[in-house]
Design a protein around this ligand. Structure first.
Ligand code: NAD
Length: 366
């Protein structure tokens, strides 16, 4: 099992170090190789995704990614900015399906801005299409308007588009994921206004006929944004396009209280994947040793489950995280009165200790 470890920038190096320690604690053998990505790679090689990093990622079974970016790179030309590394990896590895679970741990119910009864027991999975939509559609650019409300004025434009195979493959991913959960899929669109999303709705409905055991409903994106804060537990698997998924998955993430708790996986058709926390490089707290490493540790668990076929090890990491939360340990982002505030390293130590204890127990009980 080969893992490409790409810590990136800001808190990326701190949180990935803890996830690597957790993986090292398992009674499994991995080949882990680290490479630069994002701003760190730009500083060293003049590009956020150097050829050597891309080669390593392509050869690996999975990529464990931290985060990239810093405000200091905002003035660079777009193709050299750290965030381009993520787009480059998605494109080159064909990562089209983004899984973002939003789970509210019982111990963290109070960290949500929603009432406990709305959030307690929440476990939803947002599946976002990653390679199409308005983010990649061409043509795009700036020009002088020849029509519209202000002919002759400067304007900018993008193109929203989805092809049938792109919609079909993400719909299959969603229906198959739903089969392993409560067999419900909500497809989110804007079919009332956008031709692209009327097509999306039609194709998802057709694919749904192949999964008669899964219940499918459709919701407009504006309503979905409302329902996520009004009654989030109504959802189970949500599947949507690239732009709506970008926004809704962040909204769902914040329902659970802290972005520092939320893992994510981006997969291609052969289950090779990139695993990363849902948050960014947090330059405001980088280097202070206070970042929450749990989202990255939980991303490593997803990696074991989806790309490395080690579901039992994934379960053990998730149980270790639960046990650490039950002990009352909290990083600053999830701290509340009555709990113990710890830093990045101490949180990693606690997960490693809980995991070691579970491995020892497993060995003793055979
Ligand atoms: P961010 O997610 O980095 O930070 C938002 C807020 O959440 C900050 O206050 C930060 O301190 C806090 N936070 C984030 N992760 C945390 C953690 N693990 N523990 C505790 N607190 C945490 O988003 P931002 O500030 O908008 O962006 C910062 C940089 O990250 C930008 O350069 C942006 O482009 C980049 N970014 C990268 C990715 C990625 O690598 N996938 C994703 C989003 C943003």
């Amino acid at each position: 099992m080969k893992i490409a470890v790409l810590p990136g920038d800001g808190i990326g190096t701190e949180i990935v170090a803890e996830a690597v320690r957790v993986l090292d604690t398992l009674d499994l053998k991995f080949e882990m190789e680290t490479a630069l990505v994002g701003g760190a790679a730009y500083e060293a090689h003049g590009h956020p995704l150097p050829e050597s990093t891309l080669k390593l990622a392509k050869e690996a079974d999975a990529v464990l990614f931290g985060a990239v970016g810093d405000w200091k790179y905002d003035k660079l030309e777009r193709s050299l900015r750290p965030e381009q590394a993520i787009l480059g990896l998605r494109k080159n590895l064909g990562l089209f399906a983004n899984f973002r679970p939003a789970i509210c741990y019982e111990q963290l119910v109070g960290a949500s801005s929603l009432k406990p009864e709305l959030i307690s027991g929440l476990d939803i999975l947002i599946i976002r299409e990653l390679t199409g939509d308005i983010y990649f559609g061409a043509p795009r650019g700036r020009r002088t308007a020849v029509d519209g409300h202000f002919p002759g004025a400067e304007e900018a434009f993008d193109t929203m588009r989805y092809s049938r195979p792109e919609i079909e493959r993400i719909a299959h991913v969603a229906f198959q994921a739903a089969r392993k959960r409560s067999k419900r899929v909500t497809s989110v669109d804007k079919a009332n206004v956008l031709e692209t999303f009327q097509f999306w709705k039609d194709v998802v409905t057709e694919v749904g006929k192949e999964y008669p055991d899964v219940e499918l409903d459709h919701m407009y994106v504006d309503n979905a944004a409302m329902q996520l804060v009004k009654a989030p537990k109504k959802f189970d698997v949500v599947v949507t396009g690239n732009m709506f998924g970008d926004i809704l998955s962040d909204e769902a993430a914040m329902l659970t209280g802290s972005i520092g708790m939320l893992p994510s996986a981006s997969l291609n058709s052969s289950n090779q994947g990139l695993y990363e926390p849902s948050h960014g490089s947090a330059p405001d707290i980088a280097g202070k040793g206070v970042a929450n490493p749990l989202a990255t540790i939980l991303s490593a668990a997803m990696m074991l489950r989806f790309s490395l076929n080690q579901p039992e090890a994934a379960d053990r990491i998730e149980s270790a995280v639960q046990s650490v939360l039950a002990q009352g340990l909290r990083t600053g982002d999830i701290w509340s009165a009555g709990t113990t505030r710890v830093g990045t390293r101490e949180m990693g130590d606690a997960v490693v200790a809980a995991l070691s204890a579970s491995i020892t127990k497993k060995t003793i009980t055979g």
